[in-house]
Structures are given as C-alpha cells and as structure tokens.
Design a protein around this ligand. Structure first.
Ligand code: CA
Length: 240
C-alpha cells in the first residue's frame, strides 16, 4: 500500500476556490462522481494542503485573494506533476493560461456546469494515467512508499504494520509520505506540522523525528527510512 493514490482508492481532488457557492457546487458534483474532495480558499492554504494530502488532481481558480492561481501553479510545478485545471473568469486570464508555460493541463471558463467540469477532470486523469503508469509501478517498490497514511481516519502503517503515532509524529509522517525523497528543512516541517511554529524550537522537530523513527523501526522499517540531510533537514527514503 502506498500513500499515493492507488488505482483502487478514489482520487482526491484539491479545489482552490474563494467563492463558497462555486466551491460547494464543485464539491457536491465531484463527490457524486466518486471523488474525494478537499477545498481551500487561498493559494497559501493550497500550498500547505498540497504537502499534507498529496491530491491526485488540482482545480485552481486564477483569481484568489493573496497569491494568484498562477503563482500557486508555479509553486506546485516546482515539486509535482499532479494534473492542474484552471478556473478562469476573464478573457485576459484565459490568454495567460494558454500563453504562459505554467504547466496547466486544461482550463474551464466561468460560469461552467459542474458536470462538464467533472467530465473534464476524468478525461485528464485518464490521459495522465496512461502516460505515468510505469513510473507509479516502480514507485511502489521503494521502502518509503510502504509508509501509508490515511488523513481521514488518522491511521498510519508501514508495510501493513500499523503504527501508533502521537499527533506530531503523525503530522511528520504525513508530510514525508506525501512526497517521498523530498528534503524538508526543520523550518518547513515546523510550518507544516506545528500549529504555533514560533513557540517551538528546531530540536522539537529532531525529538519527534527520533520518536517517529523508533516506532517505524519497531514496525520493521529500515534504520534509514527517514534520511538525515546534515545541515539541511530530513526526507523519506526514496530508493526507486
Ligand atoms: Ca475567485
């Protein structure tokens, strides 16, 4: 079992939309079609959520309060090839979606029918499954990919052995499992996992990494499943 979306589990769609009525419509329609949905209203939340839930698809409104959908897309593309579909409201936004090399997979112009949107999501997922399937198969062989996290039930396991993790250990495991191989600095882990990062110290992260490692070892995971990058931070082993 991998923390990535396997072919049998429903695909999680991250919806980044600041207009609640539109977000609700999309949410309802995608759930009806069997998708799992996470909704956020700002780009900042989107970037944070992306690291936590590892969505299989992102629907991204261009016009957001704070950082724009374009900037969110650029940030996503620094780490991930997850399919991105833009929601645009204006002609000039369409020009930018099409004209700039943002790495978006498609766009839909407001107002749109949620069913049409869901159909577009399915079509893009079919396309990307066809091109990325061999890579996903290889990924399942990595030790890091055996770390499975379910954010809904807050259950964690390694290679089928369930782990009893305390709150911050679970948070750390969740961040690592979403992006095996990606190196996180202590500051990034603080921001992603702790509620009040300023009140905590770097060694707080180290202490929780230590306890998470010992629980993983008890479940039979290799010693170096969480890799220390001296002077930088930590990552989940990605030995593909
Ligand atoms: Ca908007």
């Amino acid at each position: 079992m991998s923390s990535q979306i396997s072919s049998s589990s429903p695909c999680r769609v991250l919806v980044v939309e600041d207009e609640p009525s539109i977000a609700e419509n999309i949410d309802y329609c995608l759930r009806t079609e069997g998708f799992e949905v996470s909704i956020v209203g700002t780009g900042e939340e989107a970037i944070k959520t992306l690291a936590l839930v590892a969505p299989g698809f992102v629907i991204l409104d261009v016009g957001l309060p704070g950082i724009s959908g374009f900037d969110v897309c650029r940030e996503i593309r620094r780490h991930s090839s997850v399919p991105v579909l833009f929601l645009t409201a204006r002609e000039d936004e369409i020009d930018r979606v099409v004209g700039l090399e943002l790495g978006a997979d498609d766009y839909v112009v407001k107002p749109f029918s949620p069913r049409e949107l869901a159909a577009r999501v399915r079509a893009i997922l079919r396309r990307s499954a066809a091109t990325s399937a061999p890579q996903e198969t290889a990924k399942s062989a990595s030790a890091g990919s055996l770390l499975a996290i379910d954010p809904e039930t807050r259950r964690a396991s390694w290679n089928g052995q369930s782990l009893t993790l305390a709150r911050y250990e679970f948070g750390l495991a969740q961040v690592f499992a979403a992006h095996p191989g990606r190196v996180y600095t202590r500051d990034q882990l603080m921001d992603l996992v702790w509620d009040e990062p300023d009140a905590s110290l770097d060694r707080t992260v180290d202490a929780h990494i230590k306890s998470l490692r010992s629980k993983l070892r008890e479940a039979g995971a290799p010693e170096d499943l969480i890799v220390t990058h001296r002077g930088v931070g930590y990552s989940l082993k990605d030995d593909r």
